[in-house]
Ligand binder design. Structure first.
Ligand code: NDP
Length: 297
């Protein structure tokens, strides 16, 4: 293996420490940042994320408000809860865990969140602010990726970046951020022709496709930086007690890519921890803006 492993877990721990220090500072001034997380239904992966978010929110000294609603919650009831959280001065950030059940229109729910409390950065106002290079709430996963890239490279100016995936929550905002840092950005997706050749041109590859180990090492330009956003659970044999064993893998084939890349994020321990750390940082920012306090850098 030649690649430097970018340690998202350690980086995220440093961010959480900085957030905790800032939280202590503003608490001394009488303000406690609060994050409300809304989970509708029983999706097991979402339940794990929500639990981790709540735990880490408390660990940095913020208030955590968890709202777990049954899967058959009506859209009207969910919108009523969002309205209540929008009006609650103790709540500075609101996150509605996706995916929502099919009978609820996710776009409508995201549009109902006060943009100033939209710590996920999915409200159309924040999407527009980001796209026009203005001060926005930036989606946490791409923000975490950008922070790791800046930390590793310093300036990204002029680099060729390929983003695999064009979702609203990862691919598109990632492309906007890289463009904002003066990369030459290509967004690839399931209809892209000659994907391997497209990826081979890139100095930076961000993979967010949701397909286990899809990107092989021979797609990677030697020395490129590979950011693996994917979180996929795959079968990994049978345990001694006869039950199935699973493990998490990313969207890139780690071993073959690490043999060619200059730097790579692991799964787990790369983008995942950075996402939650950025959520806490966004909540702190939202709180400072709400109270006219100096924003952390
Ligand atoms: P989506 O399913 O919303 O989007 C996947 C994108 O990948 C689509 O744009 C799709 O193209 C593209 N795609 C799918 N198959 C191919 C293919 N064979 N070749 C090229 N492009 C392809 O996924 P998300 O963006 O929500 O998530 C992507 C991954 O990131 C998932 O593994 C998810 O679990 C993970 N994730 C991780 C987070 C973290 O904190 N680390 C947070 C959020 C997501 P098209 O548009 O044409 O269909």
């Amino acid at each position: 293996m030649t690649a430097t492993i970018i340690d998202g877990k350690a980086f995220a721990a440093r961010i959480r420490e900085q957030v905790a220090t800032e939280v202590a500072r503003i608490k001394a001034a009488g303000v406690t940042p609060g994050l409300a997380v809304v989970l509708v239904g029983e999706d097991p992966a979402s339940a794990v994320y929500v639990r981790n978010k709540g735990k880490q929110t408390v660990e940095v000294g913020m208030e955590s408000f968890e709202h777990r609603l049954p899967a058959d919650t009506s859209e009207a009831d969910l919108l009523a809860l969002i309205a209540q959280l929008n009006a609650d001065p103790a709540v500075h950030g609101i996150l509605c865990q996706l995916p929502l059940p099919d009978h609820i229109d996710a776009d409508k729910v995201l549009a109902a969140i006060d943009p100033a409390k939209d710590v996920d950065g999915f409200h159309i106002s924040n999407v527009g602010l980001l796209a026009t290079g203005q001060k926005a709430m930036v989606p946490c996963t791409p923000l975490g990726c950008l922070m790791m890239l800046r930390d590793h490279h310093g300036s990204l100016s002029g680099m060729d970046a390929v983003v695999l995936g064009r979702s609203n929550i990862v691919g598109k905002p990632m492309a906007q951020l890289l463009l904002g840092d003066s990369c030459t950005v290509t967004i690839a997706h399931s209809r892209t022709r000659d994907l391997a050749d497209v990826v081979r041109r890139a100095d930076i590859v961000v993979a967010a496709v949701g397909r286990p180990q899809m990107v092989p090492g021979d797609w990677i330009k030697p020395g490129a930086t590979v950011i693996d956003v994917g979180i996929n659970r795959i079968d990994a044999g049978i345990k001694d007690d006869g039950t199935p064993r699973t493990r998490l893998v990313g969207d890139v084939d780690f071993d073959s890519c690490a043999a060619v890349a200059g730097a790579i994020t692991p799964v787990p321990g790369g983008v995942g921890p950075m996402t939650i750390a950025c959520l806490l940082a966004n909540t702190l920012t939202a709180c400072c803006r709400a109270h006219g306090l100096d924003e952390p850098e």
